[in-house]
Design a protein around this ligand. Structure first.
Ligand code: 3H9
Length: 682
């Protein structure tokens, strides 16, 4: 008998329990066990109805994603839930935790569904480059209606129990003990003789594509906008459409052809890689489960500018009371916290001009101006007022946090928490471990990331840490390419075609070209004269072309416009700078643009891993996805380099090294891996 699917009879109800930690994934053993135990219940005269439930923290959260790389093994999940249609005894699925993907499909095979109030249901398959492959695309529209089904299937976002009830996916919400409630529900079904709804019916379908043209178009548009370049949402829509074009059996048969094609696609492989890479990023050697993060029940933020304002909202959004400290009332008033937002969260936010007001905070995040001396001063002050055990964090995006930590008498409590712009929106949080940060401080940083609904990734101290340091060479090459003859529009188009949400130069305009200009000025004493320099970017700034906020930068913006318009003047400025620098301008093809931009970042990424600043190449990929909106279906820059082949990437890097000098010095790790047939991401 199965050791992952249990069986017992309570009264006249058979209880079948899936017990396959951590998330009860529907791997082969579970599928075999399910058939065994449902057959047993069917044959058991003592059982009048069946309750199907998950042990531990959740109803099955889906198929076992790890099996996708192996040859398929019978029984297919679809066979199981199709077989439920013929079971005469009512089957009640009892949902808690996250009933996702194949887990939700399994419940659609059951005749009734009840849920705990905190349960979430959904079909996140598109996020893995596939679609609900066990008839979910056929059964969900029959149960929830086409609009709601498309919402779940195409967008992939789970919904809560109350909405699921509203959509007709769940029949009842059970307050109190779920199993007891599900048994009572099953008893009532037996008592009332409630007919068993069968979700594969009506077999002929629920309407025609023409009837639903509008709603189908809505989701096509949404998919194109929110998941640009990603194939799975469109495949999912096609699969749903099959259910409108043909009867159930035929549509399911079509799915069985479509599914392996999606699963074996490059996009699906990249998305599965990203799924596991994200979970891997949470694992930090030396910061195991035995290390207790410190509780963070109150927070403080020093500096209520753009970044600080966003961070204050992160606290308030997660229900953590926060004190905002500014140097003057004027600065507080100028604070960028939107007033309406502020009103909603006001109960959680207090403001002050006095550092001693942060004395009670468990976590203090400094988000002041990027000036090392200022930051050291702030940390020295914080050291004087913060309670023992408080975590002192800086949001600097490139400064030496070792020095900042040394300004305190408790360097072990200091970490970096590097947010991305806008801080309350972007999902990435880079947690920077200094030479002295304690494991508890690092664990707290990672825990805070989760509390803020973000993904934490570890970085060591290095100029720009992991994310910005690996991205800087991409921006640098884009600037050089303009000097050499490409236009900003051409470069940005190539990057957008590759899948980036915006071109890098348009992004620079949006965030302000002057930001990095000021940083370069403050670090001018460190400049290596042998390295090529971004003269053109400096020139634009000297001309007051700071980007969107000044109406022009790499592009021009017309009268307060937000749309970048190509500006011939930039070409002229670039030509003048090129002449001064002795750069011969030429036609540059798109392939060179892509290779220069991406491989510059890959080469730097390799150095970052080589130096131990990132724990693993996959962490860089996660930071690009959640910090910069890099298309997840590309996996990430390091994953992409592996797919291209490291010998090929190295050959290009060496070619650019020969042509453009020192900045292209190939990373030793890249050379080693290319020579040994290795890869960054396994
Ligand atoms: C599908 O169902 C296809 C069908 O339509 C068609 C079939 C024919 N498989 O995330 P966590 C592991 S596709 C294997 O840290 P949380 C995860 O790697 C699937 N492993 O926990 C981690 O392992 P480790 C559709 C899985 O509480 C551990 O479980 N379903 C799976 O933050 C804990 O995970 C999905 O896409 C899996 N399906 O979040 C749901 N799921 O400890 C995917 C998790 O070794 N899963 N693991 O690192 C999730 O979204 C989250 O894991 C969940 C829990 C919300 C469930």
């Amino acid at each position: 008998m199965s050791d992952v699917v249990g069986y017992e009879v309570r009264g006249r109800i058979a209880v079948v329990t899936i017990d396959n930690p951590p998330v009860n994934a529907l791997g082969h053993a579970v599928r075999v066990g399910l058939i065994e135990q449902i057959d047993r219940a069917v044959a058991d005269d003592a059982a009048g109805a069946i309750v199907l439930i998950g042990a531990g923290r959740t109803f099955p959260a889906g198929a076992d994603i790890r099996e996708f790389d192996q040859p398929p093994r019978d029984p297919h999940l679809l066979t199981i839930l199709d077989s439920f249609d013929a079971v005469e005894k009512p089957i009640v699925a009892a949902l808690h935790g996250t009933a996702l993907g194949g887990g939700l499909e399994l419940t659609l095979g059951c005749h009734f569904r009840v849920a705990a109030p905190g349960a979430r249901v959904g079909t996140p398959e598109v996020k893995l480059g596939i679609f609900p492959g066990a008839a979910g695309t056929q059964r969900l529209p029959r149960v929830a209606g086409l609009d709601h089904a498309l919402e779940l299937i195409v967008m992939g976002e789970p919904i809560g129990a109350a909405k699921a009830l509203d959509y007709g996916i769940v029949d009842e919400i059970i307050e109190g003990d779920l199993l007891d409630g599900a048994i009572a529900f099953a008893e009532k079904v037996l008592e009332d003789g409630t007919p068993r709804p069968i979700s594969s019916e009506p077999k002929e379908g629920i309407g025609t594509p023409e009837q639903f043209a509008e709603v189908i178009q809505k989701y096509r548009d949404l998919a194109a906008r929110r998941m640009r370049g990603q194939e799975s949402p469109l495949e999912a829509i096609e699969s749903v459409l099959d259910g409108l074009r043909m009867p159930y059996e035929q549509a399911v048969a079509a799915d069985r052809e479509r599914f392996p094609r999606c699963k074996d696609s490059d996009q699906s492989k990249a998305l599965r890689y990203a799924f596991f890479a994200e979970r891997e990023a949470a694992k930090i050697p030396g910061v195991g489960k035995e290390i207790q993060p410190r509780p963070v029940e109150t927070g403080a933020v020093i500096g209520a500018g753009t970044m600080g304002g966003g961070i204050i909202m992160c606290f308030a959004d997660s229900g953590i009371p926060v004190t905002a400290i500014e140097t003057s009332q004027e600065a507080l008033d100028r604070g960028r916290i939107d007033e309406a937002e502020m009103a909603r969260r006001v109960a959680l936010i207090s403001t002050s001009l006095d550092y001693s007001d942060v004395g009670g905070a468990d976590l203090i995040i400094e988000a002041a101006f990027e000036d090392l001396e200022l930051k050291k001063e702030i940390f020295a002050q914080l050291d004087g007022v913060a309670k023992p055990g408080a975590i002192l964090a800086t949001n600097t995006s490139y400064m030496d946090i070792n020095q900042i930590a040394a300004a305190t008498g408790r360097p072990e409590d200091v970490i970096g928490l590097h947010f991305f712009v806008p801080a309350n929106v972007m999902k990435m949080l880079e947690v920077v471990r200094t030479d002295t940060s304690s494991p508890e401080a690092v664990a707290t940083g990672m825990r805070v990331a989760r509390a803020f609904g973000k993904v934490g990734g570890l970085a060591g101290v290095s100029h720009g840490f992991v994310a910005n340091r690996s991205r800087a060479p991409l921006v640098r090459e884009a600037i050089f390419l303009v000097e050499e003859g490409a236009t900003p529009a051409q470069i940005d188009q190539v990057l957008r075609d590759f899948g980036l949400p915006m071109g890098v130069l348009a992004v620079s305009d949006l965030s302000g070209i002057d930001v990095s200009w000021r940083m370069r000025q403050s670090l001018a004493h460190l400049r290596d004269p042998e390295e090529r320099y971004v003269h053109l970017a400096d020139r634009l700034c000297e001309m007051g072309r700071f980007g969107r906020k000044t109406g022009s930068g790499w592009y021009t913006y017309g009268d307060g416009g937000s749309l970048p318009v190509p500006d011939p003047e930039v070409d002229e400025i670039a030509a003048a700078v090129a002449a001064e620098q002795g750069i011969e301008r030429r036609q540059i093809d798109d392939a060179e643009i892509l290779h220069r931009c991406l491989y510059a970042a890959v080469n730097e990424g390799a150095k970052i891993v080589e130096e131990g600043v990132a724990l693993r190449a996959s962490d860089i990929d996660i930071m690009w996805q959640y910090g910069f909106g890099f298309p997840r279906w590309r996996g990430g820059i390091m994953y992409h380099a592996d797919r291209v082949g490291l010998p090929e990437v190295l050959a290009r890097v060496e070619e650019f090294h020969a042509a453009h000098g020192k900045l292209w010095q190939p990373s030793a790790l890249l050379c080693d891996l290319a020579a040994s047939g290795g890869s960054f991401t396994g």
